[in-house]
Design a protein around this ligand. Structure first.
Ligand code: SF4
Length: 345
């Protein structure tokens, strides 16, 4: 390897929704005896999932696999309404760690379907987020993955709305949007697309470095939609060599010149450090920032209520005064990667 310089995209890695979900599952493994169950991967990253597995979390793809009464977390990608219902009927403590920006899309689906719209949903077939969102109004929603899919739709015979998975590549979204507007001139869509701030910011930062790099390395899992979108954006930007890797040992040995590095929204910063150490650039690392993110999503309501109730019980049974500060007082300052590190010790 003969790497001269690394251009490091910012923002990269964990987004506010992933931060919230990881910290929430971190609380679950501290509060409950194992096993704690999690419906779907908490976020799409092998390292994060493996770390929680070692702490006694069991990941399931069907809530019927969860024993009655066992604690259960629902993943950040959002779950179908019938899954949430079945989870709550199981009798155990349930925390829904859905990202609020996915909840917003679920709400848009519900409202538009209620008003009689046919909904075109731009998303990836089989992805957890798309499956959960489409289940909100299956009779009104059509999945479209490409411009051709828009052309192939039967005539909806009524008003049409366009909604999207939060983690799409901007180019994919723009292509479908154009095709949908041409075919349905009265198309309704939200004032701002459903692509979330984290998706947009990571793609903008990558575009900034892609034209200046001899190769781009995108860190993240193959089942992470926003990671795959970053890979696509780098290719669209004309970068000659683009690699998506889970870890540093997957890097090719012949990288040279200027290498751009970014990470999907579910990839921890320790993987970025690992990759940079392996690239070992002769002239160091330059961070290229397009914006700073200060979005913060507080812990899920169920968890806040549980911890408050535990504090109240402790003060009654132990006679201790109620704590002056909530357990979540430092939550905003606490990084999910630090929580993961602390739990691994
Ligand atoms: S990528 Fe966007 S929608 Fe998904 S968890 Fe992060 S902030 Fe939420």
């Amino acid at each position: 390897m003969d790497v001269d310089r690394v251009l490091l995209a910012a923002p990269r890695g964990f987004c506010a929704g992933v931060e919230m979900a990881i910290k929430a599952l971190g609380w679950m493994v501290r509060v409950f005896e194992p096993p704690v169950y999690c419906y779907h991967e908490i976020v799409h990253n092998g390292l994060v999932v493996d770390r929680f597995r070692k702490l006694g979390v069991v990941f399931v793809d069907d809530v019927s696999e969860v024993p009655p009464g066992a604690p259960l977390m629902l993943s950040a990608h959002g779950s179908a309404p019938e899954v949430v219902e079945a989870a709550r009927a199981g009798g155990g403590f349930v925390v829904d760690a859905v990202c609020p920006l996915v909840t917003k899309v679920h709400h848009e689906v519900k409202v538009r379907a209620g008003k009689g719209f046919s909904i075109l949903y731009v998303g990836h077939e089989g992805h957890d987020e798309a499956v959960g969102t489409m289940a909100v109004a299956p009779e009104s929603i059509h999945l479209v993955e490409s411009e051709d899919a828009v052309a192939a739709l039967p005539d909806p015979g009524g008003p049409v709305a366009l909604l999207a998975q939060t983690t799409l590549s901007h180019q994919d979204w723009a292509g479908v949007l154009d095709a949908a507007r041409q075919r349905f001139p009265d198309l309704w869509m939200p004032g701002k697309s459903d692509l979330c701030f984290a998706t947009t910011n990571r793609q903008s930062a990558l575009t900034e470095i892609a034209g200046k790099a001899d190769a781009i390395v995108v860190i993240g899992s193959a089942n992470s939609s926003n990671t795959v979108a970053l890979e696509k954006e780098a290719r669209n930007a004309g970068c000659p060599r683009v690699y998506r890797v889970n870890r540093a040992d997957e890097l090719p040995d012949d990288l040279s010149g200027v290498v751009g590095v970014t990470a999907g929204a579910s990839a921890p910063e320790e993987l970025v450090r690992e990759v940079i150490a392996r690239l070992n650039p002769a002239h160091g690392v330059e961070e290229v920032a397009v914006t700073t993110e200060d979005e913060y999503f507080p812990p899920p309501r169920e968890l806040r209520e549980l911890l408050a109730a535990l504090d109240a019980v402790a003060s009654i049974t132990l006679g201790a005064p109620p704590p002056a500060r909530s357990a979540f007082a430092e939550d905003r300052q606490r990084a999910a990667s630090d929580v993961l590190d602390a739990l691994a010790r």
